[in-house]
Design a protein around this ligand. Structure first.
Ligand SMILES: [Zn+2]
Length: 470
């Protein structure tokens, strides 16, 4: 296990995010703290999607014949499907699959729902659990057999251009979402051999974890008409003809939580962006024998004000234990802001604020009138600075190379992502993957005209990224 991997497991346990002791491999329990982070994260996502998507909920089970209908798609998932074969003691005459993803559950219904051009576009999404019998080493939130938080959107369009537009729109949605979490990303078009089974092409988001490996955190697929033809999804055009629709789908999983934890955390533990932190502010009274009551009642007022007037998730920690012990615990749990108040602070009209992300302590003026606004400003400032910090760290770890030898050297000496010119040929790309023992993430954009492929020397057409991946 790498150092990061050890750190990740330890923090999931210590901060009470996930309990991994459930007696099925790759299936875990969300604990209250973890569930709150998940809830706040989903709230942000749903607020963005709900602007022009509708939320729906499909059954977990998919009949075998529907799952098998799209040949390429089923080939991509056949090793990973869990099957329900019995109802009680009776063997079912049609096996039922636990959804590994929901195209084959949703599209037979789309075929019933889509009628006329005036029905389009359709933009539906759901947040559900999906099941995949992973044969690789499982890891909580990263590689699991029950994905507990699978957000999948499935859109239907009258023409190719509108579907293209939706792919770009989905990329914009995911950028907005990850920006709110301060999680940095690279966006690439996946190579042919790594696209979603059944898709025309796949655009993916990857972030970089501290051990130098990338984690795929979101994907957007242009499905073209493949599924429309398989599931007979047609619409009547204005002139009365019947045409197949164009489709897209895009998904996120529990890995969004893994990325928040992995990207922002440090040796002291979790470091949560205010938007998803179960507690945004913790108030620790600094108590001496003298003036104890005054300090406690001052802190109580502070808590009430932040909660009631500011709608800030604040908590007064008045437990009868040493302040140092409280600091340690809240730092480990990643609370973005800590306020300390002692008798002298009250006298001086001040308070001490501590920012978790940079471990910086400062004394600020206490202004009762402006308190809520001051704290909100501090939280906003933290949000922005956390994003800056994580983007800097990602950009610092993308290195451009001119040859395979140089790439090899970089991979040995440094962690992170390699960027290079590529001819775009599958054979050459796979050859590089093998030589460097990394994965080709995909194409970022077109090369300048006079560049050559770092591997084979042919004219290059694409700037491409490679990394060790999860
Ligand atoms: Zn090449």
């Amino acid at each position: 296990m790498s150092k990061f991997s050890e750190w990740f497991h330890k923090i999931l346990e210590e901060a009470e995010i996930i309990d991994t002791r459930y007696p099925i491999k790759g299936m875990h329990v969300w604990l209250p703290e973890g569930f709150k982070i998940r809830k706040h994260t989903l709230k942000i996502l749903k607020e963005i999607l709900d602007q022009d998507h509708e939320e729906v909920l499909f059954p977990l089970l998919i009949p075998e014949d529907e799952l098998a209908k799209e040949a390429i798609h089923v080939k991509g998932f056949e090793d990973e499907v869990y099957w329900v074969t019995h109802g009680g003691l009776t063997e079912l005459n049609k096996k039922l699959a636990l959804r590994p993803t929901s195209e084959t559950a949703i599209y037979p219904m789309y075929s019933l729902w889509v009628r006329s051009h005036s029905d389009l576009p359709f933009k539906y999404y759901q947040v559900v659990n999906t099941f995949r019998y992973e044969t690789k080493h499982t890891r909580p939130l990263i590689r699991v057999r029950e994905i507990t938080t699978f957000k999948e959107a499935h859109t239907v369009h009258a023409d190719k251009e509108d579907a293209e537009k939706q792919v770009n729109e989905a990329v914009r949605i995911y950028k907005t979402f990850f920006d709110e979490l301060g999680v940095p990303y690279v966006v690439t078009t996946r190579p042919e051999w790594d696209k979603f089974p059944g898709a025309d092409y796949t655009v993916a988001f990857d972030t970089l974890l501290p051990d130098g490996k990338t984690l795929q955190i979101g994907t957007v697929h242009n499905l073209g008409q493949t599924f429309a033809k398989t599931f007979d999804i047609t619409y009547e055009t204005e002139s009365g003809e019947h045409e197949y629709v164009y489709q897209t789908c895009y998904g996120l999983s529990d890995r969004i939580i893994a990325s928040i934890i992995g990207v922002h955390g440090d040796e002291k533990g979790l470091c949560l962006p205010p938007a998803v932190a179960p507690l945004q502010v913790v108030i620790v009274p600094i108590i001496f024998k003298e003036g104890k009551e005054e300090v406690l009642s001052f802190c109580k007022d502070l808590e009430e004000k932040l909660k009631n007037q500011g709608n800030i998730r604040a908590y007064l920690d008045d437990r009868d234990i040493r302040a140092g012990k409280k600091f340690y615990e809240w730092e480990m749990r990643g609370v973005p802001l800590r306020i300390e108040v002692g008798p002298r602070d009250i006298q001086n009209g001040e308070m001490v604020v501590f920012s978790r992300y940079n471990l910086n302590k400062e004394t600020v003026k206490f202004d009762s009138e402006k308190l809520v606004q001051d704290i909100n400003n501090l939280l906003d400032d933290i949000t922005g600075k956390m994003a800056d910090k994580s983007w800097k760290s990602l950009n610092k770890n993308i290195r451009s190379v001119k040859s395979t030898d140089e790439a090899l050297e970089q991979i040995k000496g440094n962690k992170g992502i390699i960027s290079f010119n590529w001819c775009g040929e599958s054979e050459c790309g796979k050859d590089m993957e093998e030589k460097l023992r990394v994965d080709l993430l995909g194409v970022q954009y077109s090369s300048k005209e006079d560049e050559i492929c770092a591997n084979c020397g042919k004219p290059a057409r694409k700037i491409t990224l490679m990394a060790k991946t999860y």
